[in-house]
Design a binder for this molecule. Structure first.
Ligand code: TIU
Length: 232
């Protein structure tokens, strides 16, 4: 057990870093780069870029410690058999899920746009969860992976704050996992939804989890590692 105290809201919390994992939600080209799913929905994708540097800082700390790092990707099979028709039918037919865009078919597994951005690309040993929904637990083996590793706490990063991050935090909370959402490692196409999405998590004494930031999380991880050595 390696205790670390994380500066967070609504209050600092002590966790066992040996039972913590980093989960990076959907930092895919389809959401962060022009010509993908995010842009097809009419969004300004440049708003998500602010989360990349902070995510990388925490990713570096987690890797240095040998912490479990899990990446997720939202997307569907090429035949769309795992995509609910109601999800596919929304929006301009020329820019829907499965339509061909500059980064390949939109939100389809195996296409360039579905891949994780270069700056945060997974390395060997980091599981990648392909998820058909907004929540990372829905129709995936994420819970099995976390239980097999005895994980209790998740540091949560990614996009978008109010959609896939929030849904995943809610799913994790109901399954008994402690979530620490890193505010500057998350972003939304709607800055006000980012703020409200974080506020909803930490309100009511941390009804869904805690909110911290990249610097606080990385500092706690590096400090614990310096004292105790690598966990892995
Ligand atoms: N990953 C994720 O949040 N999927 C979305 O579709 N988000 C939007 O904000 N559209």
């Amino acid at each position: 057990m390696v205790r670390a105290t994380i500066k967070a809201e609504p209050h600092p919390l002590a966790i066992d870093l040996d039972r913590a994992a980093l989960i990076i939600i959907d930092m895919q080209r389809d959401f962060l780069e022009p010509g993908g799913f995010g842009a097809a929905l009419g969004n300004d994708v440049t708003l998500l870029a602010a989360a990349i540097g902070p995510c990388k800082a925490v990713l570096d700390a987690a890797r240095a410690r040998g912490m479990l790092v899990i990446h997720t990707r939202e997307g569907h099979r090429p035949d769309l058999s795992d995509a609910p028709p109601l999800k596919v039918e929304r929006g301009d037919p020329a820019m829907r899920i499965g339509a061909r865009g500059p980064m390949g078919r939109i939100l389809i597994r195996g296409e360039a746009g579905h891949d994780i951005i270069a700056a945060l690309y997974p390395i060997d040993g980091e599981p990648v969860i392909d998820k058909p929904g907004k929540g990372a637990f829905y129709q995936t083996d994420l819970e099995l992976m976390l239980r097999n590793r005895g994980i209790e706490t998740l540091f949560v990063c990614g996009v978008t704050t109010e959609i896939c991050v929030n849904t995943t935090v809610r799913e994790a909370n109901d399954r008994g996992f402690r979530c620490i959402v890193l505010s500057d490692c998350c972003a939304s196409y709607f800055p006000q939804f980012h703020e409200i999405g974080l506020a909803m998590i930490k309100a009511q004494g941390g009804i869904l989890g805690w909110v911290s930031d990249a610097a606080s999380a990385a500092a706690a991880i590096y400090t614990a590692t310096a004292k105790s050595g690598r966990a892995a």
